[in-house]
Design a protein around this ligand. Structure first.
Ligand SMILES: [Zn+2]
Length: 254
C-alpha cells in the first residue's frame, strides 16, 4: 500500500513538472506571437529592411545572435503552391527528414487544394500569403492590392484555423504604403535558386551551395519535379553541414 502511495506521489510530481513546462513553453509561444502582431503593420517593412541590412553588414547584433546559437540556420521557402502533383512529394520528403519549411501560397490554389494546405499546417510548416492571383502589388491601387492579400488570408484562415502573419510579395514588389493597411510582415529572400527557369536539380543545388550562409532564406517553387528533388538534396546537404532548418518566423523573430 505504501509503495502504491509513493508511486502515486511520484506520478503527481511528474504531472506538476510537465504542466509547468508546457505552460512556460506556451507563454513563450504566445509572447512571440504578440511580438509579431506588434511589429506587423506600420513600420514593419523598415524593421525587416533594417534586420536584412544588419545581417548583410554582420553587425554586432547579428554576431551576438550567431554566438548564442549552436548551429547556423537557414529557411527553405516555396512560392506559388500548393501544386497537386509535386507538393505532396515535397511534404512526404520533408516529413521523412523531420524538417519544416515555409510556404507562400496563392489564394486561387488554396481554394483548389485546401487539403494540401491543411496538411502543411498539420505537419508544422509555416503557411504564408503570396496574393490571390500572383499580382505585382506595386502596380495595383491600394484597394485592389489589399483585396488580393486579405482574400488569401481569409482562405488560409478558413482552411487552417490560423491567420497568416507573413507575406511574400510576388516578384519581391512591395508597395510602401500597404504596410499601413495590412498587418503583415513581408518576407523576401537571400538566395534566388531560379529553379523555375533552370529546372535542373544539379544546378539548383549548386546555386544554394555557393551562396549558403547563416540566416539564408532560400527561394524555390514546389511545382517542378526538379525543384522538389533539389530541395530534398539541399536539406540533406545542409543537415550534413550542421545547419538547422527553420521556418522564416524563427529567423525573423529569433
Ligand atoms: Zn511567385
Amino acid at each position: 500500500m505504501k509503495r502504491r502511495k509513493a508511486g502515486i506521489g511520484i506520478f503527481v510530481i511528474v504531472l506538476i513538472i510537465t504542466a509547468v513546462r508546457v505552460k512556460s513553453m506556451d507563454s513563450h509561444r504566445i509572447s512571440g506571437r504578440i511580438l509579431a502582431e506588434n511589429i506587423a503593420g506600420p513600420g514593419m517593412l523598415r524593421l525587416v529592411e533594417q534586420s536584412m541590412q544588419a545581417r548583410a553588414r554582420k553587425t554586432s547584433v547579428t554576431e551576438i545572435a550567431v554566438k548564442e546559437r549552436k548551429h547556423p540556420q537557414a529557411a527553405l521557402t516555396f512560392d506559388d503552391g500548393p501544386d497537386i502533383r509535386y507538393t505532396p512529394l515535397l511534404l512526404d520528403g520533408l516529413k521523412e527528414r523531420n524538417v519544416r519549411v515555409s510556404f507562400f501560397l496563392l489564394g486561387e490554389k488554396v481554394e483548389q487544394y485546401p487539403e494540401l494546405v491543411e496538411r502543411m499546417q498539420k505537419e508544422g510548416h509555416l503557411v504564408g500569403n503570396h496574393t490571390y492571383h500572383h499580382v505585382q502589388l506595386n502596380k495595383l491601387n491600394e484597394t485592389k492590392a489589399r483585396e488580393e492579400i486579405l482574400k488569401t488570408n481569409n482562405l488560409i484562415y478558413e482552411t487552417t484555423g490560423v491567420y497568416p502573419l507573413y507575406l511574400r510579395p510576388p516578384f519581391g514588389a512591395w508597395k510602401k504604403n500597404l504596410e499601413l493597411c495590412v498587418e503583415m510582415l513581408p518576407v523576401f529572400w537571400t538566395i534566388d535558386t531560379l529553379d523555375w527557369k533552370v529546372q535542373n536539380t544539379e544546378k539548383i543545388v549548386r546555386t544554394v551551395q555557393e551562396q549558403i550562409e547563416d540566416g539564408a532564406i532560400i527561394l524555390m517553387h514546389d511545382e517542378y519535379d526538379t525543384s522538389v528533388e533539389a530541395a530534398l538534396q539541399v536539406v540533406d546537404e545542409l543537415k550534413n553541414q550542421e545547419y538547422e532548418l527553420v521556418t522564416v518566423d524563427q529567423l525573423i523573430l529569433p
